[in-house]
Design a protein around this ligand. Structure first.
Ligand SMILES: NC(=O)c1ccc[n+]([C@@H]2O[C@H](COP(=O)([O-])OP(=O)(O)OC[C@H]3O[C@@H](n4cnc5c(N)ncnc54)[C@H](OP(=O)(O)O)[C@@H]3O)[C@@H](O)[C@H]2O)c1
Length: 470
């Protein structure tokens, strides 16, 4: 008898683009006022200014917004700068352009392009829509690769109130659409890859997901993270609580007559807890029937990744499954954020992934699972950089899925989990907004089900509640 599959505890929904709608032709009657266009991508900027001027709009190319224009078009998302620099420049220029009632339009491309050129600016516009209610901010993503066509599409869209959208090569607009809840698929682990690289997989919620994957597929798991596999300090009782461990370490230091600074105690305690967590993940993977290895690797150190991957593949064979869970937060309002904070967030999540994709023979990958966030889809106050970086993952997943027709590629826009980077303070914040936390076992099941057996055509998923933010 076939057993019915239990429904998921959290909602799992496909994210796609809605039906394209026709934009009304430019009538010339819309009072758009003065339009400034930044020259980060000069060809598109010039084409926009020429097209708008030819149609009677007061448009001018600028190196930076003046802060007085009614509409500002930012071409930073189309520039050839590295991803963090490009996204930081868009954020910085949006700040300069901000004035009550202003309209800020962020441009980027969805045409097939080099992986490093992919942008996540919808993460910025969605966040700014929450942080700056007095300003209209939208991202227009162009499928047309050439500047004159993009300029023509801008002219048309400018006469509308179009928000975040993809503008197709023939000038239609399509907006993000979250579909109906998915039922769990019938599971069939026979297609599992042999060698998984799981970034961030030794700790946090990615570890929970890796353990579930190992239960289904066995094989070899290579877990990468920054932390050292530190030993537990001698003579100290095991605990998972930072405060308790700090107190024990301090007590031992005093008892043995050592003078140790509180900062050193804190560092030692965190290192011991990280080592303990890594050990526990390795043991759980082994218990699940997989061969498990830990590789100490900082994904932000992109120059070190290619030699590290060469060495890993030399020892274990070609990587056939990639799970990318490494990520950090640097939350702060967009008006206060610094370039260093944007780089900190982009380092492991975007730069690290791009470097890995460059170092691995991606044609051998049969499964790719990327840990994105619902903040990319909905924006989130204080998380402009994190939302942009996660939206880069969503866009990259779509392109990888198109490039690798034999592979299953999933980008999970996770809502908040009950664990990982969601500490007690964040959990209370989400509870206040009525957003349920994703249960660890449920999240891990969703992850493995969808990566191994989900519909290949569904690349982007929302897991958890929809939210509107503050
Ligand atoms: N938890 C949630 O509610 C939630 C929601 C949405 C999305 N996500 C995403 O899910 C992923 C895991 O989150 P989490 O909650 O488990 O966070 P976490 O507990 O803070 O774990 C982050 C993981 O990333 C690794 N990492 C961070 N920086 C790294 C670097 N430079 N190089 C290599 N590894 C690095 C960490 O290991 P080391 O510290 O040892 O380097 C750790 O394994 C993240 O990408 C996050 O954005 C989480």
């Amino acid at each position: 008898m076939v057993q019915p599959v239990a429904a998921y505890g959290s909602d799992v929904r496909p994210v796609s683009f809605g039906a394209p709608v026709t934009l009304p032709p430019w009538t010339g009657q819309v009072g758009v006022g003065r339009v400034e266009v930044t020259q980060a991508e000069p060809q598109t900027a010039q084409a926009i200014v020429s097209t708008l001027t030819a149609h009677g709009v007061d448009a001018v190319a600028v190196t930076a917004p003046s802060g007085t224009a009614q509409a500002v078009i930012l071409t930073e998302g189309l520039s050839a700068a590295d991803p963090a620099a490009r996204h930081w420049a868009a954020l910085a220029h949006a700040r300069t352009a901000r004035t009550p009632g202003a309209r800020i339009l962020l441009l980027q491309s969805t045409a097939p392009q080099a992986h490093a050129a992919i942008s996540g600016l919808p993460g910025l516009s969605r966040t700014l829509q929450k942080e700056w209610p007095d300003t209209s901010v939208a991202t227009w993503s162009f499928a047309a690769p050439d500047a004159p066509t993009r300029a023509h599409h801008i002219l048309t869209a400018l006469g509308t109130t179009l928000g975040d959208a993809i503008i197709t090569a023939d000038g239609h607009a399509s907006q993000t659409h979250v579909g109906a809840s998915l039922a769990p698929p019938v599971t069939n682990a026979a297609t599992a890859p042999a060698i998984w690289l799981v970034t961030g997989g030794a700790r946090g919620v990615t570890a929970t997901c890796a353990i579930e994957l190992a239960r289904r597929t066995g094989g070899t798991f290579l877990l990468a993270g920054r932390s050292a596999l530190s030993r537990w300090p001698q003579g100290i009782a095991r605990t998972a609580d930072l405060k308790t461990l700090r107190a024990s370490l301090a007590h031992n230091a005093v008892a043995s007559g050592q003078k140790v600074k509180p900062a050193d105690i804190d560092r030692a305690a965190r290192a011991a807890l990280a080592g303990q967590e890594i050990e526990a993940t390795l043991s759980a993977l082994a218990a699940a029937g997989a061969a498990a290895h830990y590789v100490q690797l900082d994904l932000s150190d992109t120059a070190a990744l290619a030699p590290a991957i060469d060495s890993i593949q030399g020892q274990h064979g070609a990587i056939t499954g990639l799970v990318h869970g490494a990520g950090v937060l640097a939350d702060k309002l967009a008006m206060e954020k610094t370039e260093a904070e944007v780089r900190k967030v982009f380092g492991p999540k975007v730069d690290g992934l791009l470097a890995l994709l460059g170092a691995i023979n991606i044609s051998q990958l049969t499964h790719i699972g990327l840990f994105s966030s619902a903040s990319a889809l909905f924006g989130n106050t204080g998380q402009a950089d994190y939302a942009m970086a996660n939206e880069c993952l969503n866009q990259l997943a779509r392109q990888l899925s198109a490039e690798l027709p034999h592979a299953r590629v999933k980008s999970y826009n996770w809502g908040p989990w009950d664990g990982g980077m969601v500490d007690a303070g964040l959990a209370a914040h989400f509870a206040q907004q009525g957003i349920a936390l994703i249960d660890q076992a449920d999240g891990a099941r969703i992850f493995a089900d969808q990566l191994l057996d989900g519909d290949r055509a569904i690349v982007e998923l929302l897991v958890g509640d929809e939210w509107s933010g503050e």
